[in-house]
Design a protein around this ligand. Structure first.
Ligand code: ASN
Length: 352
């Protein structure tokens, strides 16, 4: 154990407030992000049962400029958040990020790539109801996130929500209303609240799978933040000209294609030609299944051969959030094409 890891459990956690329903207040136009977060968090936690409140770890609060509804987030916000965490993490035993739920899984995935080799917890949470709403899930989610963020055995980016802990780069928002709003379709839970305790399941964390030593990659995402990478969901009847409208755009550097079943597309020469042209121009293309469970295996069916011929990479069983954030992350770095393709196919943060 290095001196740093021996000492950091005594340091307070850092709670970074980025926005989301958790901190929202009512306005004439509906819920809007609210301020005064430190006092409001303290009040909400003080209302928890006394034994739970007493067991909470010490924390400091940092507000990230103006809090936002997470539907407004772009790769610029992912980059900013990773930069803040990288600049401050050594002063804290763990980090909690309060974030809107709508794009929380995208941010979590991006943080996992930017903060590779993390040696302590970064736990994202949010809420379906504002802190002050009757019956709100906010204080419970916050308390769970704090408890997991204080556990040095967790060494990755995770999401604490609705009593469960999910790997950030494997999670998706699955429900628009229910308190257990997130799912991890192709990876088991990292932990759960059991009888009031935040329990980590053994053997599932990245600390066991790829020993942590910070090797953060913090490239500039700004050149890709305005549509540099697209997500294109195929549908029966899609025309080559429609795909070309996306892929021929010279501002586009990469795309995630959501195809059918185990990795199939129409055997339409014109359509495959559009893919091959984009690939030939150096655009990074990856294919994901529209089925939420199970991965793609390009070329298993004849109907998938076109993807292989066009140089489209398999995103296997990654989530769309993890696959798209990975394309952004790889395209933001000055890498040779072959190295980018190799890294896309290699697990960097337990995403595949
Ligand atoms: N629209 C909100 C957001 O993502 C939803 C939430 O946080 N529950 O910021």
């Amino acid at each position: 154990m290095t001196q740093d890891t021996a000492l950091f459990p005594s340091r307070p956690l850092l709670v970074i407030y980025a926005g989301g329903t958790l901190g929202m207040r009512e306005s004439a136009s509906g819920l809007v992000p609210g301020g005064d977060i430190e006092a409001r968090l303290a009040r909400a936690l003080a209302a928890l049962p006394p034994a739970h409140h007493a067991a909470l770890p010490a924390y400091e609060v940092l507000s990230l400029g103006d809090p936002i509804d997470s539907s407004a987030a772009t790769p610029r916000e992912w980059q900013r958040l990773a930069g803040e965490i990288a600049a401050r993490f050594r002063e804290h035993a763990g980090i909690v990020v309060l974030h809107g739920t709508d794009t929380l899984a995208w941010t979590a995935a991006s943080l996992a790539y930017q903060l590779q080799g993390l040696d302590r917890p970064v736990v994202l949470t949010g809420a379906m109801q504002p802190l002050e709403a009757p019956g709100s899930d906010a204080a419970d989610n916050l308390a769970l996130a704090l408890a997991f963020a204080a556990n040095p055995a967790l060494q990755e980016v995770a999401i604490a929500f609705g009593g469960r802990l999910l790997r950030g780069v494997r999670a998706r928002k699955w429900q628009t209303r229910r308190a257990d709003a997130f799912a991890s379709p192709n990876y088991p839970l990292l932990g759960e609240r059991v009888d009031g305790d935040a329990v980590l399941y053994p053997g599932r964390g990245l600390a066991q799978q790829q020993r942590g030593a910070p090797r953060f990659e913090l490239p500039d995402y700004a050149p890709l933040a305005d549509g540099g990478v697209a997500r294109i969901v195929l549908w029966p009847g899609i025309a080559a000209r429609q795909l070309a409208a996306w892929l021929d755009d010279p501002r586009l550097k990469g795309a995630l294609l959501e195809v059918w079943g185990g990795g199939n597309v129409p055997a339409n020469r014109e359509l495959i030609g559009v893919l091959a042209r984009a690939s030939g121009e150096g655009k990074l293309l990856a294919a994901l299944s529209q089925c939420p469970h199970g991965g793609v295996e390009i070329g298993h069916y004849a109907a998938g051969q076109g993807l292989a011929a066009a140089g489209v990479l398999s995103a296997d069983a990654m989530t769309p959030e993890a696959a798209l954030a990975k394309l952004v992350h790889l395209l933001a770095q000055p890498l040779p094409d072959e190295e980018r393709r190799r890294r896309f196919l290699t697990p960097l943060a337990g995403e595949r």
